[in-house]
Design a protein around this ligand. Sequence first.
Ligand code: AMP
Length: 472
Amino acid sequence: MSKLREECGLFGVFGAPEAATPIYRGLFSIQHRGQEGAGIVVSDGVKVRSVKGLGLVNEVVARHPIDELKGDRGIGHVRYSTTGSSRIQNVQPLVVECVDGIWAIAHNGNLVNARKLRRMYQEAGAIFQTSTDSEVLVHLLADPLYRTRPQRVARALNELEGAFAFLMMTKDCIMATRDAFGFRPLSIGRIGGGWAVASETCALVQAGATYERDVEPGELIVIDANGLHSSVFRENESGHLAQCVFELVYFARPDSRVFGYNVHNVRCAYGMKLAEEHPVEADIVVPVPDSGNSAAIGFSQRSGIPLNAGFIRNHYVGRTFIMPDADDRANGVDMKLAVLPDVVNQKRIVIVDDSIVRGTTMRKRIELLRAAGASEIHVRISCPPTMFPCVYGIDFPTTEELIAGKRDVEAIRSFLGADSLGYLSQEGLLSPFSDPRNFCCACFTGKYPVDPAGMKGKRALENSSLELGLHP
Ligand code: AMP
């Protein structure tokens, strides 16, 4: 059974004493971006030390204390595989020794030309240690073609196609960069006299940093003892960005500011639009916690239908999708949410969630509500039907597995067992943004801003005959 979903989170620090502590706090705050493995790499300018492991960041740190990670600079990563399976070799940051010293690299996103580059290096004799797409950057950086030239990092980055936010570290500096379309978010903050970089602004806040600005698409930032230096490694010739709208729909934490927008506010606005586009007579609005919370608030405010808690979430069960084994996921659905029968009994309910992917979780929730006596169930989803897979780092299944891939809204409603089903329109999805052309909506429209040719699923880079040892 193939492993399931998710992407990654990055956090880096330069010039903050005991950098491992803010990195740990930062990663802990973006744990929702990946729960399969975590790593922290720190340098004091002389030595580079790291801890890495499978599991949540606090589990990894409990097994490998970070007190030994001395230094004022470092980078960290939380991951769930979008390419590559869950094994220790794939846990980032990747740490390698090149001819000019140690490099650490952490990646969020998906490179659509990784397979081609990997093949090229393998044919030239290179050996790959992981099955992640991120490792091709290591080989580009070590390539004498780039190594001997000025602006080697910029040149190496220019070879990459697809979605990336990277943090890199040498003993002297950390670097932060986003691809020229800006698919994935990355923000910079100040921490004491130093700097912090994070996938989401919530992590900056929780690590004790203050938000300064976003890393610009196509920008390469180098932070060293002389401060922050910015350069452009690639101009965006298309004239528009392709920022991932699904970060705002589902992925990012509501207290983050992503691509210049407050995530909670955008989701509330989606809920309001949804209430306008698909009004319904009902007694209560029930959010699916936590993914539907913000949109349900907006729906309730605009419709005037009171919000109530129809479900209680057990916080000790991980996000169902992040459970690497499909059977666990099925069990997780039951364990995660419990209905409040006294709230829903004999009520007409609007249930609000952010998205439907395979449809299995919503179907179960509707069963639970019916069993608890709900008289009508109206499903409202704060994004359009998810019809196409993502090749840029959000882990959706194939079109066949996506419930909206092959079925229309009426067929989905009937599969779910709902009385009505309404999705947010594409116009509604883009309505909060000053320039909607700057967003990638490929999962809803099938229009892929960067040619996805060469991407064949998350295990595209795995050689089935190669099974590297799995360490606990
Ligand atoms: P399902 O329709 O059963 O596949 O599950 C849909 C639920 O998963 C929604 O409530 C979303 O909140 C959540 N979800 C949507 N996309 C993802 C993703 N890429 N990774 C993890 N969870 C997701």
